[in-house]
Write a protein that binds this ligand. Structure first.
Ligand code: MF3
Ligand code: CO
Ligand code: CO
Length: 271
């Protein structure tokens, strides 16, 4: 993630909202299709077709060489899993991460808008340990989102997420985190899910016009990770389950809009 912090103009807000809403919608359409016997490649093909039917483009496909529309990370896989043809099983937890790019004219020039979000879906009935992990990681995400305000700092988000992971004793992945969103997708600032980061790197003020993707990854066991031989998939070092949730937030002068939250996920595990 390099270059400057990206700031959108007010006239661009409707366009970034549109990309984010598409990303939110397709994420949950995929989630509704998570079931025992389904393969990740089937979900991927469905998502790609749906996104293209909307006149949009799957952000991840080809991004730094990633081969697919969805990142699909099952059980001990944390993020960046490549869809495969292995059928899902009852009890799996399935992280789906999707980005949608919409290109629209802005001041006479084509400009790209990206919506990015992720959710870990249960495949059928899951055990109590996995269910608590999903609840806690979603809670971590919302604690992070609730701490965003113009004039505040990126470290407020990190602190809120870290607190939930600590309270509930989950491994809190450090090597990956949230980020700003700009026309070429990932953008400054990096949003770590832990505060130790700021002993080594500067903090940034949160400003109107920023779009921030917040994405905690909590593990049942160790926070340590390992990378698969495929060069992409990140898994837990102890092979215990991991969960990942993400929303994109648009910071305006007087509010923070969770622009990917078309399915209202804050209380989704409370019933
Ligand atoms: N997990 C990343 C995010 O949400 C995106 C993956 S980029 C890809 O920021 F290339 F792996 F697709
Ligand atoms: Co994402
Ligand atoms: Co992201």
């Amino acid at each position: 993630m390099s270059g400057p912090i990206c700031i959108f103009e007010e006239e661009q807000y409707p366009l970034i909202r549109k990309a984010a809403a598409l990303a939110g919608e397709i994420l949950h359409l995929v989630g509704e299709r998570v079931a025992a016997g389904k393969t990740l490649l089937e979900l991927d093909a469905f998502a790609e077709e749906w996104i293209r039917d909307q006149g949009a483009v799957p952000t991840f496909k080809g991004y730094m060489g990633f081969p697919n529309t969805l990142c699909t990370s099952v059980n001990e896989n944390i993020v960046h899993g490549i869809p495969n043809d292995k059928p899902l099983k009852e009890g799996d937890i399935v992280s789906i991460d999707v980005g949608v790019t919409v290109t629209e004219d802005f001041n006479g020039k084509p400009f790209k808008y990206v919506g990015d979000n992720a959710f870990t879906f249960p495949c059928g009935e899951i055990n109590a340990k996995s269910r608590r992990l999903l609840e806690a990681t979603n809670e971590g995400l919302w604690a992070g989102l609730d701490s965003i305000k113009a004039g505040g700092f990126i470290s407020d988000i990190s602190k809120a997420i870290e607190q939930i992971a600590k309270d509930k004793r989950y491994g809190n992945v450090q090597e990956f985190g949230g980020h700003g969103i700009g026309p070429e997708y990932h953008c400054q600032p990096f949003i770590p899910n832990f505060t130790e980061y700021f002993k080594h790197y500067p903090d940034d003020e949160i400003k109107p016009g920023m779009v921030l993707a917040v994405e905690p990854m909590f593990n049942i066991g160790t926070s340590a990770i390992k990378k698969h031989k495929d060069g992409w998939t990140i898994a837990t070092a102890d092979r215990k389950n991991s969960a990942h949730f993400e929303h994109s937030a648009l910071v305006t002068k007087d509010s923070v809009e969770i622009i990917t939250d078309v399915r209202k996920t804050r209380d989704i595990f409370k019933s």
